[in-house]
Unconditional design. Structure first.
Length: 768
């Protein structure tokens, strides 16, 4: 068997090399097209790792290059290790002498060791971790008389990391970047930080590539050395490269241009950590004449799953374009299920999983993929109740997260002043200037008197044992606890928690960081308060948490996997559940506010990744109501549901209007879920203080609440357009021309010339 047009790259007798024999035609083409730039555009589940590994084996087996003459870059050590093992398997022996197969950081570090003196370092430099970086930045902030509470070190660390990911040195920052920290002192602190690192003979992870990029730009002979050394360059997951990685690779490949990059523009989902999808989109421009080889045969999913994912991603404009297909026949359509609220969503998923388990499906092959970490809490609580084993992958269980444990520690001290462990956790959290020496004195006094730590601390504060500032701080904190304890008898547990988070400055501490991580932690705290709404007393809630935390099932037993969609990239499961597909949740409102259309397209790529994790069954859920930041809102189904091809999905009729609402332009009636009052049986829910005690007939029984929640949902879903006002003449594709008669957020009431009065979303009309 021969491959037409590739005889020179095949075995001597014209046969396809054994390591390429099991590959399909496009994969073999990617392996055997060795000369010149190659873009291997590999869709989800199309065997890109097999093709890339076979290409690496081919270069070595045909003596085109010694292993030491090939640069192969991956994003994780695991991927590098797997590639090395596969090449060894292909060649029938251990692969030695491949020093340039590894992650960007490991290869950058190896190069920098050889050229450290060119950037003012010694070859035995230290690579500092995040904790050391923050400690160093805090020192610089204090030394330069800056308020660390207002300008947190973590915020500065995030900015510096972003600048380094973009290949920017201190002198490269423009006025806008400079203003991003301390009112125009960003450049100053970036320079101070770099100078301090050099004085310590140290660098952080961002320096490993930035320093070498600077060396390549300034020292042409060093660049020429590596350009000659590397006869071939292979890059995995190219869509995830950031700017500095892109510039570093482009310089290395300019001489020979034998660079093969593997990636999928439809799976670029890491812009928040610097990845730029534009890098893969402009590959052909960077390397004219590049061969573009598309891997489109999927070996993972059923035709309906692939059809749904492909139809969804077609809505993106910034993509190279490919269509996944499979030889697999049949399979279930993607299910889209509407539920009443988040608790029902968790109940429904639990019931579906129990059904699958009864039918013989292993729990290890079932996954729940969420857009945001706070969504896991509802499922954890439900699974505890029904005894369903689960694991949180890529993060902590909800109640084990640091911010949640801090909040619970405050509540535990309020409920039980003798809880020394809880008090010790939060006596200086947020930072109050109480150091280790103060804690030691508190412990000593508690042991001597036999008193609980909090009581002993209060007594100590009334003495001269502590400096005046520490004594005043402790006294003030304990007075707060007394006030909170009194409030606990008068307000709901959730209201108490919100008060504590505000009065301690815990929320303010996270808000000041201005990082994605801090925003996620704030979301988790909001979800904690939402969870507490279901409990009458603080004691009831803390008992529930204790039972949840005690859920330490056999580690060898099978478990359902719960994780974020970002963490699931590269994984696959037979059965996948995708909850929370509502506007504001997915796509994330925060992402849209920060990045506009570019972020919307990335959110859509994230949805594509989510669907293509499923091998056999995929179920999407959306809730009519969701409690977000302590407020009930009417949730609008995600626009992504409306973009799923009708031929590949199956919608349940419990909540009609998921995809159809979006296809119709949200014009059914004033409230997109008002029909629930007619279709859904009456239900009564008894809640703790502060909750609506009865929801007897849905929204019809509470017209005022309907108006308020509808307004909240509208503002949550999208910002209103500024170019439309009452009296404006507009055009709608379905209803024609009309005049705006009322405007509420992004919802418009329009008197159409032919169709009469309709309520529509402003994004569906154009100014006439």
């Amino acid at each position: 068997m021969t491959l037409p047009g590739a005889a020179s790259d095949s075995a001597p007798d014209g046969e396809i090399p054994f390591y390429a024999a099991r590959l399909n035609a496009p994969q073999r083409e990617a392996v055997l097209t060795t000369e010149g730039p190659v873009l291997m555009l590999a869709g989800a589940g199309t065997g890109k790792t097999a093709a890339l590994t076979a290409r690496l084996a081919h270069l070595v087996a045909t003596r085109r290059a010694w292993p030491s003459e090939i640069l192969c870059v991956t994003f994780t050590n695991k991927a590098a290790r797997e590639m090395r093992e596969r090449v060894a398997h292909h060649l029938g022996e251990a692969v030695e002498g491949m020093p340039w197969l590894g992650t960007f950081h490991s290869i950058g570090a190896k190069m920098l060791r050889r050229h450290a003196e060119l950037v003012g370092l010694q070859s035995n430099y230290t690579i500092i971790d995040t904790d050391d970086q923050l400690r160093l930045l805090k020192q610089l902030i204090v030394e330069n008389d800056l308020d660390e509470k207002r300008w947190p070190a973590r915020q500065l660390a995030g900015l510096i990391d972003r600048w380094k990911n973009r290949g920017l040195n201190p002198e490269d920052l423009d006025a806008i970047e400079n203003e991003a920290y301390a009112n125009g002192r960003g450049q100053q602190f970036y320079r101070l930080y770099q100078d301090r690192l050099k004085a310590l003979n140290a660098c952080d992870f961002g320096d490993l590539l930035l320093h070498m990029l600077n060396v390549f730009r300034r020292e042409r002979e060093v660049l020429a050395h590596y350009q000659q050394r590397f006869k071939y360059i292979l890059v995995d997951e190219y869509q995830d490269t950031n700017q500095v990685q892109y510039l570093w690779l482009r310089l290395l490949a300019q001489e020979r241009k034998n660079i093969c990059v593997v990636g999928d523009d439809d799976q670029s989902i890491y812009s928040w950590r610097g990845a730029e999808v534009a890098n893969i989109l402009r590959f052909e421009k960077d390397f004219p004449g590049a061969a573009v080889i598309k891997l489109e045969q999927n070996y993972r999913s059923t035709p309906h799953i692939l059809g749904a994912a492909s139809g969804l991603i077609d809505a993106n404009s910034q993509r190279l374009g490919k269509t996944l297909w499979t030889e697999v026949d049949g399979g279930d359509k993607v299910r889209v299920i509407g539920v009443w609220d988040a608790p029902e969503e968790a109940r429904r998923v639990g019931e579906e999983i129990e059904r699958l388990e009864r039918e013989g499906a292993p729990l290890e092959q079932i996954a729940i993929l969420v857009r945001a970490q706070y969504q896991t809490r509802e499922f954890e609580d439900r699974f505890i109740q029904i005894g369903l084993n689960y694991r949180i992958v890529g993060g902590f269980r909800f109640y084990e997260r640091a911010e949640i444990r801090d909040a619970l520690a405050y509540l535990r001290v309020i409920a039980q002043p003798q809880d020394d462990l809880a008090f010790e956790r939060i006596y200086n959290q947020p930072k109050r200037g109480l150091g280790a020496k103060t804690l030691e004195k508190m412990h000593q006094h508690a042991r001597r008197t036999g008193m609980p730590l909090a009581a002993a601390s209060l007594q100590l504060a009334d003495s001269d044992e502590l400096p005046a500032r520490a004594a005043n701080t402790i006294g003030g904190l304990l007075r707060q606890f007394l006030e909170w304890r009194e409030q606990a008898e008068k307000v709901t547990p959730a209201e108490l928690l919100r008060t504590v988070l505000e009065e301690t400055g815990y929320n303010a501490m996270l808000e000041a960081e201005k990082t994605a991580e801090a925003s996620n932690r704030l979301e988790n705290l909001s979800e904690l308060a939402r969870a507490m709404e279901e409990y009458e007393t603080l004691g009831d809630f803390l008992e529930h948490v204790s039972l949840v935390m005690d859920n330490d099932a056999d580690q060898t037993s099978e478990k359902v996997t719960i994780m974020t969609i970002h963490a699931a990239k590269g994984l696959e499961f037979d059965n996948v559940f995708l909850p929370g597909w509502e506007e504001g949740v997915f796509p994330s409102q925060r992402a849209l506010d920060e990045g506009g259309l570019a972020s919307l397209e990335e959110e859509r790529r994230l949805a594509y990744v989510a669907i293509t994790r499923a091998r056999r069954r995929c179920t999407i859920l959306h809730a009519a109501n969701r409690r977000i930041y302590g407020q009930w809102t009417s949730s609008i189904p995600s626009r992504f549901i409306g973009e799923l091809p009708a031929d590949h999905i199956e919608e349940e009729t419990t909540l009609t209007g998921g995809a159809s609402l979006w296809r119709a332009g949200m014009t059914e009636h004033e409230d997109p879920f008002a029909h629930l009052a007619r279709e859904r049986p009456a239900r009564t829910q008894t809640r703790g203080p502060g909750w609506q005690r009865a929801l007897t007939t849905g929204y019809d029984a509470t017209p005022k609440r309907l108006k308020e929640t509808t307004r909240s949902a509208a503002s949550f879903a999208a910002k209103p357009r500024t170019d439309i006002a009452i009296g404006q003449r507009v055009f709608h594709d379905k209803f024609g021309y009309g005049t705006v008669t009322d405007q509420e957020g992004n919802r418009l009431e329009i008197e159409f010339e032919q169709a009469g009065t309709k309520r529509v979303i402003d994004s569906f009309v154009t100014v006439a």
